[in-house]
Design a protein around this ligand. Structure first.
Ligand SMILES: [Cu+2]
Length: 113
């Protein structure tokens, strides 16, 4: 095999390997759930109800671009009960949410200023 052919084969192998490795890194990034997730866009919200036992959060939220959802009041699962620490009903927040196995899940919360 000529050196140029070897290089091409090595490059192709690298390209084919990349998607699987990226998926692994993504899984690692989400386990355990982080307090913040820089990849998810922020959405404005207001805390309407907190269910710490069920790790659920009722929010009145603005439009969620990544979920293609207009503003409403609804219940979310939270990725980690620690996200509920310090929250109380009526708090204005910014949050990130995504669909995990079809369950709309809050992955990050921070106070809105
Ligand atoms: Cu909604």
């Amino acid at each position: 095999m000529k050196p140029t052919h070897f290089l091409a084969a090595a490059t192709l192998g690298l390209l084919l390997a990349t998607p699987a490795r990226a998926a692994d890194e993504h899984a690692a990034h989400h386990a355990p759930p982080a307090a913040t997730d820089a990849a998810a866009p922020w959405t404005e919200g207001e805390v309407r109800k907190i269910d710490r036992a069920q790790a659920k959060l009722t929010l009145r939220h603005g439009r969620i671009e990544n979920l293609d959802m207009d503003g409403m009041t609804m219940v979310f699962k939270v990725a980690d009960p620690r996200l509920l620490e310090g929250l109380k009903t009526g708090d204005k927040i910014r949050f990130a949410a995504e669909s995990r196995q079809g369950v709309l899940t809050v992955t990050a919360v921070e106070p809105a200023n």
